[in-house]
Design a protein around this ligand. Structure first.
Ligand code: AHG
Ligand code: MN
Ligand code: MN
Length: 337
């Protein structure tokens, strides 16, 4: 039997990267391994969602007043449980939890990282067999090691992220993560139960032909955003078009597609929700980090997402993210005073 040693697992990859840094402790590799483990458990559950009583509502609202789906709860518990029992994480913040959770035990207090996540993104799509995901963000704590983590460890701007990534439970399950060294994607090989490197050194094309926005809100967007959307609609072959509109309603799936193919994704503020819907710490910062590392851009319509100083772990922000030249065009229209 020929063994294909070209295959590189997530573990092998992170350990190899670590070897380039003699001062590395291996904690980040451990954390990514834990996240990969939780992701595999969620993958299993997502794939049998139609068979067991896990579809549908849990019957409660999360802290942001949204309906919580059962898989949201399951995914939240998996990620929290795995990170709590691992040795690399001092505490977590989750879209599904009212407040951050400080692990505060002997091992966790020695850990240098904290993790924020959206355990299940696109949850309204669970019941209808459409791709969903998990998004995560990793910060080095600023509080003293050896003591319990503190709130300020979580309330750091996105430019302080050490790593960020997402898992997409789609036609295949993929884990994509970024560090300052670049973005790499791993596809779950179900035969061996390992994430294996399938998309090395991902770069976001400078421009693409896809724009992604909820058109149902069109008349609630401000005038400049409407103007940009109209520009997208009027593109033809003389000026880089025609464009195609694609909007799944799972940010993970929408931004993943645009990252690979080139495109722009927008969730602007609306008259009803001036700050939009997406959460800075669980959704926008991690994706801004990933897309910037892949060569793209991300703003809130005024400044870089990564430079926003957070005041609340659950805060929301408008988001514009994608291919560099498409973002430049958007800014040339919307940022004119
Ligand atoms: P979540 O399932 O974590 O609440 O996030 C859903 C988000 C995001 O994934 C998606 O892009 C957006 O909600 C869609 O919202 P609209 O239906 O308002 O367009
Ligand atoms: Mn989400
Ligand atoms: Mn969610």
């Amino acid at each position: 039997m020929v063994i294909n040693r070209k295959i590189q697992t997530l573990d092998e990859f992170t350990i190899q990267q670590m070897r380039d840094f003699p001062q590395a402790t291996g904690e980040l590799s451990g954390l990514l391994r834990d996240i990969g483990l939780a992701a595999k458990r969620v993958h299993v559950e997502v794939n049998k969602a139609g068979l067991v009583d896990i579809l549908g509502d849990a019957g409660t609202m999360n802290v942001q007043g949204e309906e919580v789906k059962k898989l949201d709860v399951f995914a939240n518990n998996q990620f929290m449980g795995v990170l709590r029992h691992g040795i690399s994480c001092a505490g977590i913040g989750s879209e599904e939890l009212d407040d951050v959770v400080i692990f505060d035990d002997e091992i966790s207090n020695q850990s240098k990282y904290v993790c924020l996540f959206d355990p299940l993104d696109g949850s309204s799509n669970i019941d209808v067999n459409v791709s969903i995901g998990t998004i995560f963000s990793i910060y080095r704590r600023v509080s003293e090691k050896g003591k319990p983590a503190r709130k300020e460890d979580f309330l750091q701007p996105g430019n302080k992220q050490v790593a960020a990534g997402y898992v997409i439970y789609g036609s295949s399950t993929m884990l994509v993560y970024a560090t300052r060294r670049g973005v790499n994607g791993f596809t779950l090989d179900q035969a061996i139960g390992e994430f294996t490197l399938s998309h090395p050194d991902i770069k976001c094309p400078e421009k693409g032909k896809i724009y992604s926005v909820n058109h149902g809100n069109f008349f609630q967007y401000d005038e400049k955003v409407r103007e940009y959307i109209t520009v997208c609609q009027k593109k033809d072959k003389t000026n880089g078009g025609p464009y195609t509109q694609r909007y799944i309603g799972s940010m993970v799936a929408d931004v993943h597609r645009n990252l690979i193919k080139g495109g722009i994704f927008m969730y602007p503020g609306t008259t009803d929700k001036p700050k939009g819907k997406l959460r800075l710490m669980y959704e926008c910062n991690p994706f801004a980090f990933i897309v910037e590392k892949a060569g793209g851009k991300a703003t809130n319509g005024q400044i870089r997402i990564l430079d926003v100083e957070p005041t609340d772990v659950h805060q929301r922000t408008p988001l514009f993210i994608g291919s560099r030249l498409m973002m430049d065009e958007l800014e040339s229209i919307t940022m004119v005073p």
